[in-house]
Design a binder for this molecule. Structure first.
Ligand SMILES: NC(=O)c1ccc[n+]([C@@H]2O[C@H](COP(=O)([O-])OP(=O)(O)OC[C@H]3O[C@@H](n4cnc5c(N)ncnc54)[C@H](OP(=O)(O)O)[C@@H]3O)[C@@H](O)[C@H]2O)c1
Length: 347
């Protein structure tokens, strides 16, 4: 039996749901894999809690967060104002799960400091948070390699779709000439609504009600989210050191609803397509733009809650993977997939 003590930063859609997934899967992990995953510390925006001996009770953590509370109110061991980076610097643990907001404008903090500190302290790290990977992909990987620890981030691209896993593991030995991805639900949803004749305001309100659009939406609608995911895919799968500024980015905010309706009548479906295309010199041109996709395109029939990726390779043919993701559970579960990859598959 292997006990893995872990810290969880961020207890929102993903962090809280991960606790629920773990509760559900605990017995299976123990019996099938001999793995005892123990949550010893957690933090949200208001504070933290740390219980190294027994671990935090997952049911109590979920109850606190579902009732709109903070982990700082965890009975006996919670503390208001205890910041996530301090918890990671002080706690004894084997693994960090980082699921706080992306915060690219703030240097991806507090995730960046949490991830760096954990790696420096010899912890393995799993994160679905794009921020640190987009800003410091190479540096974080070098640090993980120096420390002999694992850094996994399958949840950063296209929710629960194992786009990175397929690309990194199953395309080994190949050259990927072209990568195309629809890595984001929100933009496809809004464009489908516009194609049905809704106004911009109605379409974005509907997307908000459905839970696929948050905040003012500019991160998604202006294509930043898709560009960030393309940068991670390009680094991880193509081995090409791209940065956000290398992506030729067009969001969907300038689109005219009439154009989308005409495309729909032609049988086409608009999607915000992230693309990496290799030129003759082996360099990749990176772009994000709304594109009308014909039904014959591998991603041309994506539904409103679906995302996908296409890899066109030299020796493995063209591979398409699609996920139907009606809730954030598959995204939360990517953290479990990554944890099992580290502790069950070995390094
Ligand atoms: N939602 C998805 O479907 C999805 C899919 C793939 C990847 N991701 C990524 O996963 C991460 C989490 O997403 P989410 O949807 O779970 O976000 P969320 O619902 O907004 O939850 C964010 C969590 O982080 C906490 N937090 C905010 N600022 C913090 C700080 N300074 N220190 C510590 N904790 C802080 C929040 O605390 P409070 O609870 O106190 O507000 C909350 O618990 C993001 O990076 C996101 O891009 C999300």
């Amino acid at each position: 039996m292997q006990t893995v003590r872990f810290l969880l930063i961020g207890l929102g859609n993903l962090g809280r749901r991960f606790c629920e997934v773990l509760r559900e899967k605990n017995d299976l992990l123990l019996h099938r894999y001999g793995l005892d995953l123990r949550l010893v510390g957690a933090a949200d925006s208001r504070g933290a809690a740390y219980e190294p001996a027994l671990g935090l009770n997952l049911r109590e953590v979920v109850r606190l967060k579902e009732s709109g509370g903070t982990i700082a109110d965890y009975p006996g061991v919670g503390e208001r104002g205890w910041a996530a980076p301090e918890l990671v610097a002080e706690a004894e643990a084997d693994l960090l799960l980082e699921a706080s907001p992306v915060n690219l404008e703030q240097g991806a903090e507090p995730a960046m400091t949490c991830v760096r500190t954990a790696l420096q302290r010899g912890m393995d790290v799993v994160t679905p948070n794009k921020g640190p990977l987009v800003l410091a992909y190479q540096a974080l990987h070098e640090l993980a390699a120096e420390q002999g620890v694992a850094l996994r981030f399958d949840g950063t691209v296209a929710g629960g779709l194992p786009a990175l896993n397929i690309g990194q593991r199953d395309l080994r030995g190949a050259v990927v000439h072209r990568l195309e991805a629809v890595p984001n639900l929100c933009t496809g949803y809004v464009m489908d609504m516009l194609a049905e004749g809704l106004s911009w305001q109605e379409a974005t309100e509907r997307a908000r009600t459905e839970g696929v659009l948050e905040g003012n939406g500019s991160w998604d609608l202006e294509g930043w989210d898709a560009a960030a995911k393309l940068v991670i895919l390009t680094n991880a799968v193509l081995g090409y050191p791209a940065r956000l500024e290398d992506v030729d980015r067009t969001g969907i905010t300038g689109l005219d609803g009439g154009e989308l309706q005409v495309a729909r009548e032609r049988g086409e479906r608009y999607r915000l397509l992230a693309r990496a295309e290799q030129d003759e010199d082996g360099a990749y041109a990176l772009s994000v733009a709304p594109v009308p996709l014909a039904p014959e395109h591998p991603l041309g029939r994506l539904g409103r809650k679906q995302m996908g990726v296409v890899y066109a390779t030299d020796i493995y043919g063209t591979i398409t993977a699609i996920i139907d993701e009606p809730s954030p559970v598959p995204s939360a579960a990517t953290m479990l997939r990554d944890v099992l990859d580290i502790y069950v598959e070995g390094r």
